[in-house]
Design a binder for this molecule. Structure first.
Ligand code: ASP
Length: 320
């Protein structure tokens, strides 16, 4: 997938996965996002970088935060944005994905932002679309959610400055989470000290250690001395068999509570990609507490998506 994402000069053309991207590229995304992140405080909060460009949001799966922050990011870059309501589109009348893409291409669009329940959908579109079009993966099945991972990295850097001294723990449904996969890849590329994953055995992928993480089935042990705590929702829509007794039992064993939080570093930050399920994976008072940066993650989603959209368009040399 690496070659598909990068042009001949090694610049980002599409953004489909963190896999295959190096530290320089990830750091460039974070730096460009940082330059955009001060924008809302300024009087004029738009830049003309993508003026005259048309971006199509193609969301085949539900989304609140991701779709709206992509829309806002495109608007702040002065692009024209179309958000296609798939439920009401011809795709639901049996038109193939490729035919939908061909029709949109015929309207002279410049970028597709794609969310799809099937892993590899964004990759498939990138392989089959016109060469001048960039494709950004906004979440594909269980595979990847690279813009979420990058906004998480941005948030970590904002609060912790550097990556190399950090113990990061990811807690929850690792098995079905595209967010966890992308987070683990990004954390490894950026060189954190240790990545731990905490979940019941049934929600951990086989050979999870091969991803470069240390698995724990005990949440207190996993939290011990952690600097960054990344919580995940139970992806019930992806569970094909009974992998858990029930949510109450899950919270009892794996929920993040005030008591358990004492095992982490006193200045640990608590993150969650949303949507959060209060009382299932996280105690309500923690989600709203002083260590929670969950809403800051949402804010940072705009700047990160502006950075990724502008970098992929710049790689084609038709915007400066
Ligand atoms: N919003 C994230 C995703 O689309 C996380 C989640 O749904 O739990 O994968």
């Amino acid at each position: 997938m690496k070659d598909l994402q990068l042009n001949k000069e090694g610049r980002l053309k599409h953004f489909l996965t963190i896999d295959g991207l190096n530290k320089d590229i990830l750091t460039e995304i974070l730096d460009v996002a940082e330059s955009f992140s001060t924008m809302p405080a300024q009087k004029v909060n738009k830049v003309p970088l993508l003026r005259g460009k048309t971006i199509v949001n193609l969301f085949f799966e539900n989304s609140t935060r991701t779709r709206t922050t992509f829309e806002l990011a495109a608007t702040r870059l002065s692009a024209d944005v179309l958000s296609i309501n798939i439920a009401a589109s011809a795709t639901s009348k049996g038109e193939s994905l490729l035919d939908t893409i061909r029709n949109l291409e015929a309207m002279h669009v410049d970028m597709f932002v794609v969310r799809h329940a099937i892993s590899g959908a964004g990759h498939f579109i990138a392989q089959n679309t016109a060469p001048h079009i960039s494709v950004i993966n906004a979440g594909d099945g269980q595979h990847a959610h690279p813009t979420q991972a990058m906004l998480d990295m941005f948030t970590i850097r904002q609060y912790k400055k550097k990556f190399d001294h950090l113990n990061v723990v990811i807690i929850g449904d690792i098995l079905h989470s595209r967010v966890a996969r992308s987070q683990i890849q990004a954390l490894n590329v950026l060189g954190v000290k240790e990545i731990r994953v905490v979940a019941p055995k049934t929600l951990l992928p086989q050979n999870v250690e091969s991803l470069g993480v240390k698995p724990f089935n005990n949440i207190e042990q996993g939290l011990e001395g952690s600097d960054v705590i990344m919580m995940l929702r139970l992806q019930k829509e992806r569970m094909t068999s009974a992998l858990l007794p029930n949510e109450r039992e899950y919270f009892k064993c794996f929920g993040l509570t005030e008591e358990r939080l004492k095992s982490a570093s006193h200045d640990a930050i608590i993150m969650h990609p949303g949507p959060i399920n209060r009382g299932v994976e996280i105690e309500s008072s923690i989600a709203d507490g002083s260590q929670s940066v969950i809403l800051q993650q949402v804010t940072n989603g705009v700047a990160i998506r502006m950075a990724i959209m502008s970098l992929t368009m710049q790689s084609k040399g038709d915007v400066s």
